[in-house]
Design a protein around this ligand. Structure first.
Ligand code: UDP
Length: 250
């Protein structure tokens, strides 16, 4: 299995990308919330990628504020109710990221899967595509709008809907997919490429299984990379082989 090598007419490897950033990545070394320096760096990377002519869509998680499953147990909430709070957390993160990207001179829109008409546009697929065609960064907020799903699945879903060429899964301090947790096992081996079935059958911790299955069905490649690496997205767009590529066999 090979990664696609030719560059697009704009000299970049992927014309349209969906970047997934977990909420956890935004909190840096804090236990909660958003670290200003981190979100500023995230915005820099997004702005640089968009400036190269790449259509950049973003899905932000909410785990730095609220996760449905864990909190439903702790707080005695229905899982569905807790998941809706988790989706609201993604909207807060998205609005903050929007402002940070905007402050760096880039046009950006938040589109929410949950009605939020005072503060965000509703998610409408063709409108999202139009924004991207106009060079605006689009942030998909509110997850899928449904409980029992995750922002990984949101990424797979929205990427397929907008015709993205790749999902870029930003990891925090891990530069790809390993056979074991590299933070715990020094002998862990990194994979350069994997198939969807490798990920599903070995239960590798890339994204949740629903999301991987959706990528498999839509033949959407996933690139797992370390977001802490300086200008990682730009380097990937310029053709550097970074991280682990997960894709169809041929
Ligand atoms: N969530 C949901 N449906 C979705 C997306 C997210 O119910 O389509 C909820 C779920 O409770 C989840 C929370 O939002 O725990 C935050 O999303 P996620 O855990 O995916 O964020 P991340 O781990 O990427 O920060």
């Amino acid at each position: 299995m090979n990664q696609p090598s030719p560059l697009t007419p704009k000299g970049i490897k992927y014309q349209r990308v969906l970047l997934k950033i977990s909420g956890e990545a935004l909190m840096g070394d804090q236990g909660f919330g958003i670290k200003p320096e981190v979100i500023s760096l995230v915005a820099d990377e997004i702005v640089e990628a968009a400036s190269l002519g790449c259509d950049v869509a973003v899905v932000v998680g909410g785990g730095n504020i609220f996760r449905g499953v864990q909190n439903s147990t702790k707080l005695g909430m229905d899982r569905a109710a807790a998941d809706y709070v988790g989706m609201l957390a993604t909207i807060m993160n998205s609005l903050i990221l929007q402002e940070t990207v905007k402050s760096k001179g880039m046009q950006v829109r938040v589109m929410s899967a949950i009605g939020m008409d005072r503060i965000a546009e509703p998610y409408i697929r063709l409108k999202a595509v139009r924004h991207l065609e106009k060079g605006r960064v689009v942030i998909f907020a509110g997850g899928t709008g449904n409980p029992f799903f995750s922002t990984d699945t949101t990424s797979a879903l929205r990427a397929a809907e907008i015709g993205a060429d790749v999902i870029m899964m930003a990891k925090n301090g891990v530069d790809g997919v390993y056979d074991k947790d590299p933070k715990l096992c020094p002998d862990a081996v990194k994979f350069d490429t994997l198939t969807y079935d490798d990920v599903l059958m070995k239960d590798l911790k890339v994204m949740d299984q629903t999301a991987v299955t959706l990528c498999k069905e839509t033949r959407l490649p996933i690139l797992v990379f370390d977001f802490n690496r300086h200008r990682a997205i730009t380097k990937i767009l310029q053709g550097e082989k970074i991280g682990t590529y997960i894709g169809p066999l041929s």
